[in-house]
Design a protein around this ligand. Sequence first.
Ligand code: AMP
Ligand code: MG
Length: 488
Amino acid sequence: MPFTLIGNDACQPTLPTPISNPYWVAFSPSAAELVKIDIDSDGLPTNHDWLEVLAGNQLSVGKLEFSQPIATAYSGHQFGVWAGQLGDGRAILLGDMNELELQLKGAGKTHYSRMGDGRAVLRSSIREFLCSEAMHALGIPTSRALAVVGSEQAVLRETMETAAVCSRIAPSFIRIGHFEHFASLQSNERLKELADLMITNFYPTCSTNQDPYLSLFKAISARNAKLVARWQSVGFCHGVLNSDNISALGLTIDYGPFGFLDHFQIDHICNHSDQGGRYAYHRQPQVMHWNMACLASAMLPLLELEHSSEESQTLLRAALEEFPLIYAKEWQHLFRSKLGLQLEQEEDIQLIERLLQAMHDSKIDYTNFFRNLGNLSKNAVLTEIQQRNDFIDRENIDQWFTDYINRLKSEALDDQARKEMMNRINPKYILRNHLAQAAIEKAQQGDFSEVATLLEIMTKPFDEQVSFESYSRPPPVDMEHIAVSCSS
Ligand code: AMP
Ligand code: MG
């Protein structure tokens, strides 16, 4: 959808700044298909001009022309504090392809760059590329990544690095921060335009509701509640859940210092710069809820078009209270499925929570535990269960396995069918930090083969992929705590 809010308070026409001698670092054929880019047998665009376009050096390819690239304005709360105007400081929206927006991240300075250089480094671009595609393959709503284009242009971060451009695709990159932006400018007209644009393009059923803006709020909030439940289910930590990084479409966007849990640690902090753990794994649901409160307060003036101020607040407050309920329902559904349970029994929640606590206490690899659990038979004898040996408190886990096996007996599926179902929700492969790091270190030496290998593996996360077995293993001890910061 084109970003149609044109004007100084909403966006600025912005041309990408060229980089010299660009080259392909990574390319996603499946993302290319979404925007109908033809690719050759090497999995790269048939038309070589795409390299220049995705580097930000050229605005046309064949008959296609990106006639008005822009950078958009948004504001937001960062680490719980109002940060004022932010905006696309290094992302340039080239335009639309097949009703999807194509954005270049790291394509040079924009009106909103503030003190930044408008660039992104190779390592963070590879991480964003791989994780976008990995999340999509895990079935989690996300912006997609088309390519990473590298260059030798130097960029200063903690050390000298090189610049890269990651091209991203989404139906829209509109964020909660866009709503907050117009609310902070007290521009009700703009707020209304933005909300109407969201309803027309993405939430059409809200228009038939007698309270379209309340209904829009509920819809955005519900999508994000379900999104965060999905993150929890695969052990994904976003790292920077600031309101400017939260999509108004309920997509995972703005990959930075994210991380997947290796061993299960409920309060795991993936972002080295997040000293207080505001965005720790177990806090993600409540922080997303908090972000929805930011959205609610930004949308208040829209409700006030139809209701008294007091009524509007009451309505939004009640709508906000739905978030934890929607989240819990989705979380319970996902975790029941992870355990191979189709019936809904009340005791299941306790069963799940007891397991997670035991996994936390014994630092059990999150992904592998659930994946292997699919191999368990309803008729298993405790002493035959290998997985219990990994737990410190044996008595506790034995009780858990006993209860779990009993619970499985009330399910209709046989062992094989349950395993197949579980293998469709419990991935074998996730983008572990140490894997991404190894690919990045090779790429920094000019070898992009490991990036391609990871793309191949992570786009089939539920398949056994026997030849890649080693990629499912937990990190070696010395690579367990790779620090990933906001620097990008
Ligand atoms: P992030 O933490 O990546 O979501 O970024 C927060 C804000 O800082 C956004 O407005 C970004 O566009 C901006 N930003 C981050 N890095 C840079 C950079 N190198 N140059 C310009 N703006 C940046
Ligand atoms: Mg951001």
